[in-house]
Design a protein around this ligand. Structure first.
Ligand code: FPP
Length: 241
């Protein structure tokens, strides 16, 4: 399978804010982490739905720069879940030809997790099927700030002339520099917010805010959202031709 799919005007890059794990667990009288585990199991189903939906890039918001404010138990539980998830799922992603990447600031993540993230990227770097990007300790403003710092360093080092800085320049410094911009951003669980996700990259994206809690989100619903996108017209600020 090649990385470019003809998807008849459907979204090539879908980004998802996976929200509602906590409420899903609470509704069952279970701890929040129970919901995160259920949410993690959903990820594979959606990744597997990408090739048949013509989606080449899937980017998922797993942990935000704001999520550190949660209880120590929940944060530690999530970090443990990410470590186990990467350890357990990577061989399967290789078999399914899924290329895995991570975006976000790694500095605050624990050493073991960073090693696993590096290994996963290395192990799947030859895969040319679905591009799965996992946002971990990611915040859109933080990403733009880090990018700006690197850009400023290049200016200070004489590698970049400020006169040449335009809107094509900054994206080269973003964590997403090798990815196309998302065409469709989905948020589950009924909240209509973008919560600092892919701020720069989503300037022209379509948004779908749906009520389903993430652990209940199925491939059927994903395919339906992808198909309904195909019927829309995007003008990128221009007029209808
Ligand atoms: C938001 O639900 C979800 C998160 C902060 C974590 C997302 C993580 C996963 C789906 C699990 C694992 C992902 C991978 C890649 C292994 P919430 O806790 O804010 O839910 P609530 O709004 O109902 O409280």
């Amino acid at each position: 399978m090649g990385s470019e799919t003809d998807n008849n005007g459907g979204p090539r890059h879908v980004a998802i804010i996976m929200d509602g794990n906590g409420r899903w667990a609470q509704a069952r009288g279970r701890p929040r982490l129970f919901g995160h585990h259920a949410g993690a199991r959903r990820v594979r189903e959606i990744v597997e739905a990408c090739p048949v939906s013509g989606v080449d890039y899937l980017t998922i918001f797993a942990f935000s720069t704001e999520n550190w404010k949660r209880t120590q138990t929940e944060v530690a539980g999530l970090m443990g879940l990410f470590r186990r998830y990467i350890t357990k799922e990577m061989q399967e992603f290789v078999r399914e030809n899924v290329r895995v990447r991570f975006i976000g600031d790694r500095v605050r993540l624990d050493r073991k997790l960073i090693v696993l993230m590096d290994e996963a990227e290395e192990l799947t770097k030859h895969c040319d099927g679905t591009n799965l990007t996992i946002a971990l300790n990611y915040g859109g403003r933080d990403e733009v700030a880090r990018a700006t710092k690197r850009l400023a360093e290049d200016v200070a080092a004489g590698k970049l002339d400020p006169k040449d800085v335009d809107e094509e320049t900054l994206p080269k410094y973003l964590d997403t520099c090798v990815l196309p911009d998302p065409d469709l951003v989905i948020r589950t669980s009924g909240e209509a917010r973008i919560s600092n996700f892919l701020l720069w990259q989503s300037a022209y994206a379509e948004y779908e805010f749906i009520d389903t809690l993430w652990p209940d989100f199925t491939s059927a619903e994903f395919k339906q959202l992808v198909a309904s996108y195909g019927g829309r017209e995007r003008r990128f600020g221009g007029v209808k031709s």
